[in-house]
Design a protein around this ligand. Structure first.
Ligand SMILES: [Fe+2]
Ligand SMILES: [Fe+2]
Length: 285
């Protein structure tokens, strides 16, 4: 059984909530995940001190971690940096690797950087990175759990003003579904939702489960999660996957389960029911 904690939009800086940061670290100490995934926006304004703070926060997890940058990790107002060295501060004060890969015999997690200096809207995946991701996903057996992590979303959030997605979301979904990706983990909207790629893009079969975390440790929650904080707890076995949406409960002073979702895994491989006989009409019916 693989156990993964997915958090997002940490936003070190003025919006960061230290007690929730302690709370999510405590959660990880109690549940002992195999991996903690952080899907971007480590800082509020990409300042060196904010990256150093984020580094200390991520290092406080005992479990291995995989982190991708978000749009807030690119300077917004330091224009020269934004266009000519958008990840210099990230690399200097947080981590050199923008698109990390984590692998064990049972698990492949591929990070994708969707935030770029010239990106003003909902991000994009560099075409060469898509090719690299395709090769990585094809390099492991079907039985390996495959997860993709990106800051920006590949499907639009429900009940939300903007329906914009990653500029090459369709291409990405096609690739992920054909490669048998189990999960896509993202953040950015500060409102959690769970989606099925097929609802947005019917040609993307077999469908990929998409988890979009709200902000786990900041006061920037939006929409239905205004003033709320969320993350996901994921357990993946050979036959099924269980996803829990966890929400900070102020009265309990801890993250508690808000909803739970079950997905079959083995059935996803032969999802297109080739070879299954169609029901026969009853004689005389
Ligand atoms: Fe954010
Ligand atoms: Fe963001």
């Amino acid at each position: 059984m693989l156990k993964i904690l997915h958090i997002s939009d940490v936003h070190c800086g003025p919006p960061h909530l230290a007690d929730l940061a302690s709370g999510v670290v405590q959660l990880a100490e109690q549940r002992v995940p195999d991996l903690v995934v952080v899907s971007g926006d480590l800082t509020q304004r990409a300042k060196p001190a904010q990256f150093s703070h984020a580094r200390r926060f991520v290092d406080s997890f005992s479990a291995p971690t995989l982190v991708v940058p978000g749009n807030h990790d690119v300077p917004l107002y330091r224009v020269w940096e934004r266009f000519f060295a958008p990840f210099a501060a990230y690399r200097k004060h947080f981590a050199d690797e923008l698109e990390p890969v984590y692998r064990t015999p049972d698990l492949l997690v591929v990070g994708i950087n969707t935030a770029h200096g010239l990106t003003f809207t909902e991000g994009r995946i560099r075409s060469p990175r898509l090719l690299e991701v395709a090769e990585l996903l094809a390099s492991v057996p079907e039985t390996v759990v495959k997860i993709v992590v990106a800051h920006h979303h590949v499907v639009p959030p429900p009940r939300f003003g903007s329906q914009q997605v990653l500029s090459n979301a369709f291409e990405a979904i096609d690739l992920f579904s054909k490669a048998g990706v189990d999960l896509v983990l993202s953040g950015h909207h500060h409102q959690s939702f769970i989606a099925n790629s097929e609802e947005f893009y019917p040609r993307g079969r077999p469908p990929v489960v998409i988890l979009h975390s709200g902000t786990t440790t900041s006061n920037r929650g939006r929409g239905s999660e205004k003033d709320k904080n969320t993350c996901f707890w994921i357990e993946i076995g050979d036959a099924s996957m269980v996803v829990s949406n966890l929400r900070w409960e102020p009265s309990l002073e801890r993250f508690a389960e808000h909803s739970r979702h079950w997905y079959p895994r083995q059935e996803r491989q032969p999802y297109i029911l080739e070879g299954v006989p169609l029901p026969q009409a009853e004689p005389g019916a």
